[in-house]
Design a protein around this ligand. Sequence first.
Ligand code: SF4
Length: 331
Amino acid sequence: MNLLPPKTKEAIRALLQAEGETQQQLFQAARQVREEAGMQAVKLRGVIEISNYCQKHCGYCAIRPQNKTLERYRMDADMIFELAKAIRKTGITTVFLQAGQDPKSDALVLEVIPRIRTLGVNVLLNLGEKPQETYRAYAEAGADSYILKYETSDPVLYETIVGSPLENRLRCARWIREAGMKLGTGNIIGLPGQTLDTLAEDLLLAQSLAPDFVSASPFIPNQHTPLENREMGSLSLTLNTIALCRLLFPKALIPAVSALEKIRPGGQTLGLAAGANVLTINFTPKHFRDRYAIYSQERFVVSLGHARSTVAKAGLHLFQADPPKGQAAVS
Ligand code: SF4
C-alpha cells in the first residue's frame, strides 16, 4: 500500500471503509510509517482522575451534572501528589491529570503541578474548556501538554450532543497552543448521526490543528445518559481511524484507548497493531475510579501488568526513560 498520507476527503473515506486484505495492508502501512518515524516504542502514561464534577452535558458521558445517581468527588493536592509519586516509582514519566470540566479544581491543579514536576516527570492535563488565562497559568506552573478532543467535526452534531458550540472548543485548542503546551485532540467513532463523510472531515479537522497527540475512541453506550440505548461504535472503523492518524501524523503519540478493550478483549493490542503507540495506566484509587464513569461504569481499567502483556502481544517494546536514582525503569 502507498505510504503517502491520503490528501483528500474521498481518499480518507475510502480507507476508512477498508476491510479484509486491504485493511491489513492499511495497518501494515501504519506500522511502517510508525517505525520510519522512530515512534514504535510504546509510551506509558499514568492517569489520576482528580475530580468527577463537570459543568458540561455531553450526551455520551455519565459524569454530566444531570446524572444525579453519581456520587461526586474532588481529590486534594496531597492525595494527587502521593499518586503521582506512585506513578513515578514505576518508571512512568508522564503524569496525566484528568477531570470533568470543574472550575473548582483549577486552583488545586495550579498548586499541584509544580509539586509533581519536582518528581522529574511531564505533566499532561485533560480538564476541559477554560479561560485563556487559565491555560497560560497551567503552562507557567509547568504543564507540558493538554488534551482537548473535538469529538466530532460536525458543528451541528457537536452542539446537539454536547450542548455548546464546537467553535468554543476549537478556540480553546488554539489557546492551549498559544500558552506553549503541546496539544492532543481526537474524535469519537459511532456517535448517532455520524457518517463516513463526517469521520473523514474529522481527520481533516485534526490536520488543521496539527496535534502532537491524536486519538480515536469508539462510542460506548453509557448508563444514565441520553445515549445509553445506542449501539457501540465499530471496532473496525476505530482501528482504521487509528491507522489513518498514523499515516497523517507519523510522529504523533496515538493511544490505544481502554474503550477498545471494553469492545473486545485484546482490542488494545489491535490498536497497537494499527499504528498506536501509547497506553494509559490508571492510578485512580478504586473508590474514586468507580465514580469516574466517563464512558461506562464498567469501563476497562488498564493496569501495568495488562499494559506490559498488551505491548508484548503486539510484538513491540516499551519506551525507556531514565528513572530517577534508586527507582526502577519500566521493563
Ligand atoms: S465528556 Fe468530559 S466534559 Fe463531557 S460531561 Fe463527561 S467529563 Fe464532562
